[in-house]
Design a protein around this ligand. Structure first.
Ligand SMILES: [Zn+2]
Length: 305
């Protein structure tokens, strides 16, 4: 058999099954083409961005989370499979501000990939230089300030409008509806904290700088920017002394860390341990707003006592 004949047989054997498939698909779905059914594949780096993207994109997108839901994002590194998954998506949503240093790998593998940096346009705070050997790095925890989260929401909406301009109104309305909820959350935090006399609180890791600045509070922390750090015995003694000096009663912990360190401090000062969530991992039957409200109610135990 010559090459032409072989190519012809191959073409026929491919075309026939594909034609049958298209016919079957059209009959069963009653659509004229595939485009109407197309959902944009979007990947969001970690939990709150996944929730935000899902709310704004609704049924128009198929969104998945990149960092596994129970893993805190500070130390996470993607596998080759993770990077491939990202390259096959229509859009990747990241927090930015240095939380996802792995995006450089993604961009060098595929310079055309569409990455939406949700911290774009947000003036960033620097991390504590003492902890980080004088290297200037930004504090990534913008999502814990509802006013800055609104900016992240708008950046996600803009990204979706960019890949799917036909549905501009849909994305914009979803973003505005959710941002109205964030305004209510902001009012609630502002009103409820306004009657509290105290300003200082002791968080576990350095996640609440933007939040503290927004609501005129003073954040103190047990450890630095990364929750997987361990404080030294000397640091722990200094923290206990600080808690006494500031007359603190609540020592905060987080979902993804061992509460033992917070318990040690709490025992020393005769206080108790509560959770102040940095909302970095998924929690079943909850969402961003519920968790921010829970944070508010736990914070009030310290600030209004
Ligand atoms: Zn953090």
């Amino acid at each position: 058999m010559n090459n032409d004949a072989r190519a012809a047989i191959l073409a026929i054997s491919l075309v026939i099954p594909i034609s049958i498939l298209i016919l079957w698909y059209s009959e069963n779905n009653n659509v004229t083409g595939f485009s109407e059914k197309r959902q944009f594949k979007v990947l969001a780096s970690f939990y709150p961005l996944y929730e935000f993207t899902k709310i704004i994109g609704g049924e128009k997108i198929d969104v998945s989370i990149i960092i596994p839901p129970g893993i805190e994002p500070h130390d996470w590194e993607p596998t080759i499979q993770d990077l491939q998954k990202m390259q096959n998506s229509d859009m990747v949503v990241i927090n930015g501000a240095g939380l996802e240093p792995w995006t450089t790998k993604l961009v060098s593998a595929n310079p055309d990939i569409l990455i939406v940096d949700t911290s774009n346009g947000i003036p960033l705070l620097e991390k504590n230089k003492q902890i980080f050997n004088n290297q200037i790095q930004n504090d990534p925890h913008v999502w814990l300030d509802p006013i800055l989260a609104k900016k992240q929401i708008q950046n996600i909406a803009n990204g979706l409008i960019n890949i799917d301009p036909q549905n501009t109104d849909y994305y914009q309305e979803n973003a505005e509806r959710y941002n109205a909820k964030l305004n209510l959350l902001d009012n609630k935090i502002r009103n409820e904290l306004s009657i509290c006399m105290k300003k200082d609180f002791l968080a576990f890791h350095d996640a609440f700088s933007y939040f503290a600045r927004e609501y005129s509070l003073n954040q103190n922390t047990i450890i630095g920017i990364n929750p997987s750090e361990e404080p030294t015995a000397v640091t722990l003694q200094q923290i206990i002394q600080k808690a006494r000096n500031l007359d603190l009663h609540i020592i905060f912990t987080e979902e993804a860390v061992n509460p033992r360190i917070s318990e040690v401090v709490a025992n020393e000062i005769g206080g108790k341990v509560l959770t102040l969530s940095p909302i970095e991992i998924y929690e079943k039957n909850s969402d961003y707003i519920k968790r921010m409200e829970k944070n508010l109610s736990n914070l009030k135990e310290e600030l209004c006592s």
